[in-house]
Design a protein around this ligand. Structure first.
Ligand code: AHR
Length: 339
């Protein structure tokens, strides 16, 4: 009888010890974040999936994230560059989920194909903040907030500027031949800018959009597609280039072909982004107008995260402020432009 009570007590003690060990170990696992050094465990861990490094805009956006989500500011940043591949972004997001980061921030290269991975993030209880471009998902509870540009408005701004310009020059009734260098197919920036500009173009029967081709937001492709346009069309009045990098490529081709753009040139040149290099060309009159796209998104992302950390609610959709630059107002920003 004595022996069996001893055995019973030992068994109970063993069970309690096992339970305590499992519980402690479980807590540890929950708090432990893979790849985060022990001394950084109290920092907020952010997993960022950047879509690539195709443009000056993108570099400025990446720098803004790196500067804001620094150790000094209380963050541990896991940064992944997807090199223009959606599959790499999905892989990175899955790795952030398995590392149990506190927040996932990502700029989707294209709009479709995100449902499954975002469901996985939601199941893991990790808030997702989408920046710059957007996703096309049925259930918008799959992400916490989106922050970026109103791309459609950017396209409309470009169209309205062209309207004013033609009116000012008394060309409103002339035939206007337009070619468009488009950004990455199926990206929000390309879709929005195209739709916005086309909306204004549809109001003018004399605006002829001769071609709209993918130049992938890069200088190399901008150069290549511009040459194809020159070979194909004898009379181009307006170039709409959906980012500054493609504009730089187009300018190289135009100059090789002895063609000029801008306030004193043969062709009207419309660009998007408003990087410092491009604004210099607005100042000198080579680019007629540059519709701004603001890459400095990280401070606003940080304020969304601070609110979430304090249990406050956040707006789902957050647009950043943007301007339109011509020779008339470009000097007001040029000196302070960091990118
Ligand atoms: O999504 C924003 C766009 O992507 C910028 O206009 C372009 O430069 C970048 O690559």
């Amino acid at each position: 009888m004595k022996v069996s009570r001893k055995k019973y007590c030992l068994a109970v003690l063993f069970m309690i010890a096992t339970l305590l060990f499992t519980a402690c170990n479980g807590t540890d696992l929950q708090n432990q974040k893979t790849n985060v050094p022990h001394e950084d465990e109290n920092l907020i861990v952010i997993g960022v999936s950047q879509l690539g490094s195709e443009s000056m805009w993108r570099t400025a956006n990446t720098n803004s994230l790196r500067e804001t989500f620094s150790r000094d500011n209380g963050y541990f940043l896991l940064f992944d560059n997807a090199r223009q591949k959606q599959e790499n972004q999905i892989k990175a997001i899955r790795s952030f989920i398995s590392q149990r980061v506190d927040y996932i921030v990502f700029s989707p290269i294209v709009e479709d194909g995100w449902d499954t991975v975002l469901e996985e993030a939601k199941e893991a209880g990790i808030p997702v903040i989408i920046m710059d471009r957007n996703v096309n998902v049925d259930d918008d509870s799959l992400y916490t907030a989106w922050i970026g540009s109103n791309f459609e408005k950017e396209g409309e701004d470009a169209g309205r500027w062209l309207e004013d310009e033609l009116r000012g020059k008394k060309f409103s009734d002339d035939q206007v031949n337009i070619v468009v260098l488009q950004g990455t197919a199926n990206s929000t920036a390309m879709i929005g800018r195209t739709e916005g500009f086309n909306k204004i173009a549809a109001e003018h029967d004399n605006w002829n959009i001769l071609a709209c081709e993918d130049a992938d937001f890069t200088t190399a492709k901008g150069k290549e597609v511009m040459q194809e346009y020159i070979d194909r069309y004898a009379d181009i009045d307006v170039i709409v280039s959906q980012n500054d990098d493609m504009t730089f490529g187009a300018l190289e081709t135009l100059s090789e072909n002895g063609m000029t753009t801008g306030t004193g040139g043969d062709i009207t040149l419309i660009s998007f982004d408003g990087t410092k290099t491009a604004l210099e060309k607005v100042k000198s009159g080579v680019i007629n107008v540059d519709v701004e796209c603001n890459p400095i998104l990280a401070p606003d992302i940080e304020s969304i995260i601070s609110k979430l950390e304090n249990g406050q609610s956040v707006d789902k959709i957050n647009y950043v402020e943007e301007k339109v630059f011509t020779q008339k107002n470009v000097l007001s920003v040029l000196d302070d432009r960091k990118y």
